[in-house]
Design a protein around this ligand. Structure first.
Ligand SMILES: Cc1ncc(COP(=O)(O)O)c(C=O)c1O
Length: 375
């Protein structure tokens, strides 16, 4: 079987380093807000190029706490509109509604699956106060264009970088374009912990301090509470695991790019829409870290079955768009054509740092056999 993502094999590469790091935490006797979290926050901020990284419990909290902090700082208020792509993982939108802000869903660019700057600008009203672009599938949204719009309209920008650790445009990393950025370290992410974990990156001192307090019961100082906060902290053990994995992130990104290039070169495009090739990608090679390799086809179910029969596992990211979810019943009758086309046709092929040559060659061959059979 070629699994969609072999997390066991990925983490096995670092087993010794992880055991050593874990042992260090066990022996320290200090398990919350200690030296590992502090070190990881420094290392991750440095990696992203930001002044701060604030460890939190997960990626959803990273986004939710940032918006909440802007509310506490008087930069946002209930009812303000936040522009967000309609085709994102639901967490991006949950962070907005959790804060009683209003998500304004915008159709993406079909070629990149990311927020279309033109559509985003057209959706701006007097109530718009922020844009939440998502770097979906590991590919950065058009941040130069989005930041230009934000600047002209005086909007805050919160990047959802949950799928794009290490991606960059013009040498500026995901997480360092907007006013702040949320990261997830869910185990299957490109930088994945051994459990839930997340972080916010920002170069804004006041915002960093506020998020830190909000995630620690609203406390700036022990037993003094400025806000009605929550408990959302990164554990020492997870920080120690992430420190190990951060050291290997760039190598893993290079391995993912190698697989992606082989897919681009090897897969017969007939009847399939592949991602934009490197030459066509306007934001450059570095802007994609291939968290997922997503193709589109009218014959998704048949292709998925054809691959499964050859012991190749695929997944759908995502089968139901947020506006068609029961959780957002009020939107269920709205139609977003591009978003729905994406959700109906996408299929994600196996990709990861441990997918070796014989595995990705097999995926290519089996897909190409499907193309011959079906066209
Ligand atoms: C785009 C996006 N945003 C936010 C999240 C939320 O992250 P987490 O699962 O760590 O809460 C995820 C991942 O699940 C995601 O893919």
């Amino acid at each position: 079987m070629i699994p969609f993502l072999d997390l066991k094999a990925i983490n096995a590469q670092y087993r010794d380093e992880m055991i050593e790091a874990c042992t260090r935490v066990i022996d320290s006797g200090w398990y919350i807000q200690g030296t590992e979290v502090k070190a990881f926050e420094q290392e991750f901020a440095e990696y992203c190029g930001t002044k701060h990284a604030i460890g939190v419990a997960n990626g959803l909290d990273a986004l939710t706490l940032t918006l909440r902090a802007w509310k506490e700082l008087g930069k946002l208020k209930e009812g303000d509109e936040v522009i967000v792509p309609a085709n994102t993982y639901i967490a991006s939108i949950l962070s907005i509604t959790e804060n009683r802000l209003v998500p304004v869903l915008v159709e993406p660019d079909l070629a990149t699956y990311n927020l279309c700057p033109k559509n985003a600008e057209a959706a701006i009203t007097a109530k718009t106060k922020a844009i939440l672009p998502v770097h979906l599938y590991g590919q950065m949204a058009d941040m130069p264009a989005i930041m230009d719009i934000a600047k002209r309209h005086g909007l805050l920008v919160l990047e959802d970088s949950a799928q794009a650790h290490g991606a960059s445009i013009n040498g500026i990393k995901a997480g360092n374009w907007g006013d702040a950025s949320g990261f997830s370290f869910y185990p299957g992410k490109n930088l994945g912990a051994l459990g839930d974990a997340g972080a916010v990156t920002t170069s804004d001192d006041e915002l960093a301090q506020t998020i830190r307090a909000l995630g620690n019961y609203g406390s700036h100082k022990k037993y003094e509470n400025l806000y009605q906060g929550v408990n959302s902290r990164l554990d020492e053990v997870q920080a120690a695991m992430l420190r190990v994995k951060l050291r290997h992130l760039d190598t893993e990104i290079a391995q993912r790019r190698h697989v992606a290039q082989a897919y681009m070169d090897g897969i017969n495009h007939v009847g399939l829409t592949l991602p934009l090739s490197v030459g066509e990608a306007p934001l450059g090679l570095e802007s994609h870290v291939w968290h997922l390799f997503v193709i589109r086809t009218e014959k998704r179910e048949a292709l998925q079955m054809h691959l499964l029969e050859a012991d190749i596992q695929t997944l759908i990211h995502y089968p139901i768009p947020p506006h068609k979810q029961e959780a957002y019943g009020l939107w269920n009758n709205i139609t977003y054509n591009i978003t729905e086309e994406i959700h109906q046709k996408v299929i994600s092929l196996p990709i990861g740092p441990t997918l070796n040559e014989s595995m990705f060659r097999k995926v290519i061959n089996i897909i190409n056999r499907f193309a011959i059979l079906k066209h």
